[in-house]
Design a binder for this molecule. Structure first.
Ligand SMILES: [Zn+2]
Length: 361
């Protein structure tokens, strides 16, 4: 124990100075005698006098932190936890920092000694709180971003789509004239029958570059053709099951009719290219990812999507049936009501757009 290089931290606020037992002298005496009993070597005493503990903007607490980080101090001793900080968040951060630096932490009043089993439990509990706090923060940020999109703003963290620009501090993107012309060309070329590969080749031949100043790839072109920004929409949660699109505040470049014609054409193409195009894209009503199973009968291939969860009573759906449902479901609700098994409605499609992106044309 004597190889502990102890940093004693003392803090007293202006109001507390008058209170009995809280004065710098009183704290110092108690802590020094405690350290003496424990036979700890005292590296230094850090005193913040007349300062509140609401944050860590205190010169001596900062000096203590620096000495812990540089391993000059490997044992911190305080009279009471609230001497170190009155903020739970700061306490969590400090305890984690001490842990990371192999520095023990002791509070005389609360009898906390992180070198003891009870002290280690305390640290674990603090850790759990820290994790909870972090997750809550992440969740809060997500909610904030989602609300921003719902209000029609695209997220500033992402660069504006090709065809738009956004100056610093601006929330709404504006149309970039020369780029928007290229976007219109790409949509028109595709509808006129030019293949995606040829569109990329043509643009590269004309020395037109992408936003990142690179050559066009087929993936770039597909991203353009499937980007709802161009019809004035903003989106959230690409490739997640929280995905949604909503009306944005920016100006559209492509008219809806043209956009949906392109989408239709892309999807038809996809259907003929890949037989089991719902592979890895389905989530069963029990939240299990559905697997793809091919059965061959009289030389023909039959595709089924199945759920492997033993506790789930939904077993499988044929590709044909599901595809029919998905294509017709949007048009007539009577089909849904009369011909579709109730359960199929609950199967979730996870990002079909992603499938568009990864397919090679
Ligand atoms: Zn299932």
């Amino acid at each position: 124990m004597s190889d502990f290089k102890t940093g004693i931290y003392i803090r007293v606020s202006t109001e507390e100075q008058a209170k009995h037992g809280y004065s710098v002298r009183a704290q110092r005496e108690k802590l020094m005698s405690y350290a003496k009993i424990k036979e700890w070597e005292i590296y230094d005493i850090y005193i913040d006098e007349g300062i509140s503990g609401k944050n860590l903007n205190r010169s001596e607490v900062q000096r203590l932190i620096a000495d812990v980080k540089s391993s000059q101090v490997n044992n911190v001793l305080v009279y009471k936890i609230d001497r170190l900080t009155r903020s739970t968040k700061d306490l969590i951060d400090l305890i984690e920092l001490f842990q990371a630096c192999n520095c023990a932490f002791n509070s005389l009043t609360e009898a906390i000694d992180t070198a003891s089993p009870a002290g280690r439990m305390f640290v674990k509990i603090i850790g759990l709180f820290a994790e909870f706090e972090r997750e809550t923060i992440v969740e809060r940020i997500k909610v904030g971003l989602e609300r921003k999109v719902r209000e029609g703003y695209s997220l500033c963290s992402s660069t504006p789509s090709y065809g738009y620009s956004r100056s610093k501090g601006e929330k709404v993107q504006t149309v970039e004239r020369s780029e928007s012309k290229i976007v219109k060309d790409i949509f028109a070329m595709y509808l006129n029958g030019t293949s995606i590969t040829d569109i990329a080749k043509k643009l590269n031949g004309q020395k037109v570059h992408t936003k990142k100043n690179r050559q066009w790839t087929t993936k770039n072109i597909i991203n353009i053709l499937t980007n709802p920004n161009y019809i004035g929409k903003v989106r959230y949660g690409i490739n997640t099951n929280h995905y949604f699109e909503t009306v944005g505040r920016h100006t559209q470049i492509i008219d809806e009719k043209q956009y949906y014609e392109v989408r239709e054409k892309l999807q038809n193409r996809l259907r003929t290219k890949s037989d089991a195009y719902y592979s890895n894209k389905l989530e069963c009503l029990c939240h299990q990812r559905m697997a793809t199973k091919r059965t061959y009968f009289h030389g023909k291939c039959y595709i089924n999507y199945i759920c492997h969860n033993h506790n789930c009573d939904f077993k499988s759906v044929s590709h044909r049936y599901l595809d029919k449902y998905l294509n017709i479901a949007n048009e007539t609700s009577s089909f849904k009501e009369h011909f579709v098994q109730e359960k199929i409605k609950k199967i979730k499609i996870i990002s079909l757009d992603k499938q568009l992106e990864i397919n090679h044309y």
